[in-house]
Ligand binder design. Structure first.
Ligand code: T4K
Length: 399
């Protein structure tokens, strides 16, 4: 009698009928969505700093405890606007271990990213590497990234920036709702940018916001964003259209109401993954390190091929065959892709960035995943490790 294959890669039916993505994809309840859209239709006002955008900005200002929140249409334009408002020039120190938008924002602002390695353990910008990079001429800022719902070592980076007399600003695309010992995300950098993309815990289809407590920067940012809602004109070199629409703001406001419930749901899912994976040799589940409150934006696993039996890419293939759309954030490192692959790197390269880019895998979380799904995904990963020989053979015959 032949036994059933343990995995789809080995001939079984996929464990999930429909694909399970990694993004949060938290859609609001249909009726509240319809109500919100009805109010926009009644007002006949789609965009240009409308009442819902204004309500979102003031709600976020109060909630985060920051003087200015400037809503924008996505975090990428928010980061470009931040570089413009800070009036940067030359080079900006930043990690290559991030989504490509971090570096692209600098390119769009006419700046050159000066890539620094991350700390191997925290996976965030390494202050020692930054200190060495600050020896370079023409460095006008540090752009650190707060990843996964956790934080960079902001106090040490801020001290380095202050010593050099340059700003520290933050790509906090993943960090909405997170709190560190130094305070909530949104209050930590001279300027800080959140993303409200659909894959984020607070999703507004697209969207984002820029936070600052500096009145001059805020005035510049509002003028760069657009003429509408800008307040008195202030001199800025370039303007853009970074305006958030009323439809985006409506969804952001709905999601803000249920944000604590969304984070609590993520927490339960994360605990399920933790219980299911923590004793598995060769797989390390990353825990928040500096966040005292996290939003659990991503479940991040590091695969050590020599102990696990096969590498991260093989595990991704195993899971994809099951309809589990695990992702390789971030792969390749930004320093490995055009137009950044010819840029100057530190003498030893970016070894920690390179290691993480080949070893990290993100597992599904968010609205489409429930506890039993997370348990089944853990079980599939266990099965894959148990049958590593057969998995390797199946992958070999696929090549
Ligand atoms: N800085 C950092 C550190 C960032 O991570 C990001 C964005 C930014 C800056 C810039 O923020 P934004 O300008 O985007 O506001 C996604 C997101 O598009 C991007 O926002 C995010 N980071 C990045 C890490 O991930 P992709 O191309 O890897 O994901 P995508 O679109 O393939 O979606 C993931 C999965 O979700 C797929 O399986 C498809 C599924 N999906 C996605 C959407 C949008 C759905 O089923 N429904 C959907 O509506 O970039």
């Amino acid at each position: 009698m032949s036994s059933r294959p343990p995995l789809a890669l080995l001939g079984a039916a996929p464990a999930f009928d429909t694909p399970l993505p990694v993004g949060q994809l938290n859609f609001p309840d249909w009726n509240s969505y319809v109500e919100a859209m009805r109010s926009i239709f009644e007002r006949q006002y789609y965009t240009n700093h409308g009442p819902l955008v204004q309500a979102l900005e003031s709600t976020l200002q109060e909630r985060l405890g920051v003087r200015h929140v400037i809503a924008v249409t996505n975090a990428t334009i928010g980061l470009i606007m931040a570089a413009e408002a800070l009036q940067l020039h030359g080079k900006v120190i930043t990690p290559a271990f991030s989504f490509v938008a971090t570096a692209q924002s600098l390119s769009w602002a006419g700046l050159e990213p000066l890539f620094c390695d991350v700390d191997r353990d925290s996976q965030h910008l390494c202050p020692k590497a930054v200190e060495a990079a600050l020896e370079e001429p023409e460095v006008s800022a540090i752009l650190a990234v707060n990843l996964w719902g956790d934080f960079a070592d902001v106090p040490r980076l801020r001290a380095l920036a202050q010593r050099r007399g340059i700003p520290l600003y933050l790509d906090s695309a993943h960090a909405f709702g997170c709190v560190s010992e130094e305070g909530p995300a949104g209050t930590l950098g001279e300027v800080e940018v959140f993303s409200f993309h659909a894959t984020k815990v607070l999703g507004a289809t697209e969207g984002g916001c820029i936070c600052t407590s500096d009145d001059t920067l805020a005035a510049r940012l509002r003028n760069i964003r657009s003429s509408y809602g800008a307040g008195p004109p202030v001199p800025v070199a370039r303007t853009a259209n970074g305006r958030m629409s009323e439809a985006q703001a409506a969804i952001a406001l709905l999601e803000l109401d249920r944000f604590p419930a969304l984070v609590e749901r993520n927490r339960k899912l994360f605990s399920t993954y933790k219980a299911g994976l923590e004793d598995l040799p060769g797989l390390h589940l990353r825990m928040p390190q500096r966040a005292i409150e996290t939003n659990y934006q991503y479940v991040v696993c590091e695969i050590d091929a020599s102990t696990f039996g096969f590498d991260r890419d093989a595990l991704q293939t195993v899971l994809r065959a099951e309809n589990v759309l695990a992702r390789r954030y971030f792969y390749p490192g930004i320093h490995r892709v055009h137009p950044y692959c010819d840029m100057m790197l530190p003498p030893d390269g970016l070894p920690h960035t390179d290691a993480l880019c080949t070893r990290l895998l993100q597992l599904p979380l968010g609205q489409r995943v429930d506890i039993s799904d997370a348990k089944l995904i853990c079980d599939l990963i266990h099965r894959a490790r148990t049958h590593s020989g057969a998995v390797l053979k199946a992958l070999e015959t696929r090549r």
